[in-house]
Write a protein of this length. Structure first.
Length: 322
C-alpha cells in the first residue's frame, strides 16, 4: 500500500534524539535526577518551531517509554513527527549529564545499539520527497553507525541535487569517533553543504590535510568547494560569518551563564530562522547569538528558547561588519 505524501515543511532535520537525564550532582553520588529530551537536531527543530517555522524531525525511536516521551515532547513543541520510524527491536538511547561548572558538563552515553543509531537511507526518503527549503544535519549522526553515515551522505547529496539548501553543523563528538577518522567523513559532508557551522576547535577538521591551517585558509578552501556561508561559533566571543564577498562578526550577548549545553544548537536555530525570514547576514548572526543567550541563561538544552515575540527581550549586542 502506497503512503500518502508528507506535507511540506520549511526545514527537515534528522538524527538521534534521546532521553537526557540530568543529575543534580555527581552521577557517582546518585541522588535526584530529572529527564528531558536531548539531541542536537531536535534542539534545532524546537528552536525553529518556537519561532513560528514549520520543521520536521526524522529519526528512529524505540517502542518504549523514553521513545513515547520523546515523541510527545516534540509534538507538543509543534515539530512534525509524521516521518518518525518506530523500532520495536531496539531501545531509545539515553544520555546522562552532570554539570561540573557553568560552562562544563560531562555526558555519559547509552546509545550503542539504540534505535536512533541504525537510521537508514530509506528512513529519510519520504521527508526528502516533501521538498523542504532547508535540510539541516550534524556531524553527530554519521558517527553513530555505517548505516547512519550512509543515510547522512545520501540525504545531503539528494538535497543538493534537488536545489534544497544544505546546512551542516560539524558538532564533533570525541566520545563517538576518532578525530582523524571523523575529519575524513566530515570534510566530505562539508563539501556538499551550502552552509557550514563549526566552533573554533572544529573548523580544522574540514581541511584537506591533518595539519592545522589558519582559519582564513580553511574558510577559503570551503568557499572554493562551493560552501556559501561559513559560520564560526566563538562561544563567549560571539560568532563570525564568512561569505564569498563579506565578513561579519557579532559579539555574544552578555547574560549570566547558567548552563551552556545546547547553546550551539540554539545559535544554529536562530541563524536558520533569519535565513528563512530573508534577513541580512548581520541580522542572521544577531538572531543566532540572541537564541544562544536565551539558552545559556537557564538550565536545559532547549527549554528556555524564546518564542518570536520574546526575541526583543534581549536587546543589547555589539555587531561589526568589515
Amino acid at each position: 500500500m502506497s503512503r500518502e505524501p508528507l506535507p511540506k515543511a520549511q526545514v527537515l532535520t534528522f538524527g538521534e534524539t534521546m532521553g537526557s537525564i540530568r543529575a543534580a550532582g555527581l552521577l557517582r553520588h546518585g541522588g535526584a535526577m530529572s529527564m528531558s529530551l536531548g539531541g542536537a537536531e531536535s534542539n534545532v527543530a524546537i528552536g525553529l518551531s518556537r519561532l513560528g517555522h514549520s520543521v520536521r524531525w526524522v529519526g528512529r525511536l524505540g517502542e518504549d517509554e523514553v521513545g513515547k516521551f520523546a515523541l510527545r515532547t516534540l509534538s507538543a513543541e509543534g515539530v512534525l513527527t509524521d516521518a518518525v520510524v518506530h523500532d520495536a527491536l531496539r531501545p531509545t538511547g539515553l544520555m546522562l549529564l552532570e554539570k561540573r561548572i557553568a560552562d562544563v558538563s560531562r555526558a555519559a552515553y547509552y546509545r550503542a545499539g539504540s534505535a536512533g543509531s541504525v537510521l537508514s537511507v530509506e528512513d529519510l526518503g519520504p521527508a526528502l520527497d516533501a521538498e523542504p527549503s532547508i535540510l539541516h544535519f550534524t556531524g553527530i549522526t554519521p558517527a553513530l553507525s555505517e548505516s547512519a553515515a550512509q543515510a547522512t551522505l545520501r540525504a545531503a547529496e539528494t538535497a543538493r541535487e534537488r536545489g534544497i539548501t544544505v546546512s551542516f553543523d560539524v558538532n564533533y563528538r570525541a566520545k563517538l569517533w576518532d578525530r582523524e577518522y571523523a575529519a575524513e567523513a566530515l570534510s566530505v559532508l562539508a563539501g556538499i553543504a551550502d552552509i557550514v557551522i563549526a566552533s573554533e576547535d572544529e573548523i580544522d577538521l574540514l581541511g584537506s590535510s591533518s595539519a592545522r591551517a589558519p582559519e582564513a585558509e580553511l574558510v577559503d578552501g570551503l568557499h572554493a568547494r562551493g560552501v556559501r556561508d561559513v559560520i564560526i561559533k566563538r562561544g563567549a566571543e560571539g560568532a563570525t560569518a564568512y561569505t564569498l564577498d563579506s565578513t561579519c562578526h557579532c559579539d555574544a550577548i552578555n547574560v549570566p551563564v547558567v548552563d551552556t549545553v545546547g547553546a550551539g544548537d540554539a545559535f544554529t536555530a536562530g541563524y536558520l530562522s533569519g535565513l528563512l525570514d530573508w534577513e541580512t547576514l548581520e541580522e542572521r548572526l544577531h538572531r543566532g547569538v540572541t537564541l544562544g543567550a536565551f539558552a545559556v541563561a537557564a538550565t536545559g538544552d532547549w527549554e528556555n528558547l524564546p518564542a518570536r515575540d520574546e526575541l526583543s527581550l534581549i536587546r543589547s549586542a555589539g555587531t561589526t561588519i568589515r
